[in-house]
Design a protein. Structure first.
Length: 170
């Protein structure tokens, strides 16, 4: 369960009616509102285990949006989280308007398509499902594949990113 420091931080994320709906490609692949997560620069307030539990809360909310019956472990986690951070804006959007529902479908379809395209070009992809149901993936891309060994030019990604001389650049 969340530690007290993380719960205290989540309690500061109060609902704002004027919040903007956003799209998260990773880790959610869906919609959220900007009052439900800290600004990108402050995401470091969460250690990895707590971040995984925050993501799990979003995943459970998506199940609730779909009117799924929660497994006991998810229901217990959700109830404990609501008790620990009852003012978290996430808990204020448990039902979607028709506009939000359409935006969610579109976002999830686009995110799935983008991830499929990205992973299709990977040389190796592995998926791991963790005990709490969250999935992790790892993708390996060989950026120098297909390049003749005798070619003296730099790969495209090295030409795109100009490294300083002290890092081996030109």
């Amino acid at each position: 369960m969340l530690n007290e420091e993380t719960a205290r931080f989540l309690r500061t994320l109060k609902y704002r009616a004027d919040s903007k709906r956003q799209i998260s490609i990773l880790p959610l692949g869906s919609i959220y509102w900007d009052d439900e997560l800290p600004k990108l620069g402050t995401l470091g307030v969460f250690a990895e285990p707590e971040w995984n539990e925050v993501v799990r809360a979003f995943a459970i909310r998506m199940k609730l949006w779909d009117h799924q019956v929660l497994e006991d472990s998810d229901r217990e986690f959700w109830e404990a989280l609501q008790s620990a951070a009852p003012d978290w804006a996430l808990f204020r959007r448990l039902e979607l308007s028709e506009e939000d529902r359409k935006a969610r479908v579109e976002a999830e379809e686009n995110c799935a398509k983008e991830m499929q395209e990205l992973l299709a070009s990977a040389d190796e992809v592995t998926f791991v499902t963790e005990q709490n149901g969250l999935q992790r993936f790892s993708a390996t891309f060989h950026l120098d594949k297909g390049r003749p060994r005798s070619c003296n030019s730099q790969p495209w990604w090295k030409r795109l990113i100009r490294l300083p001389k002290w890092l081996g650049g030109r």
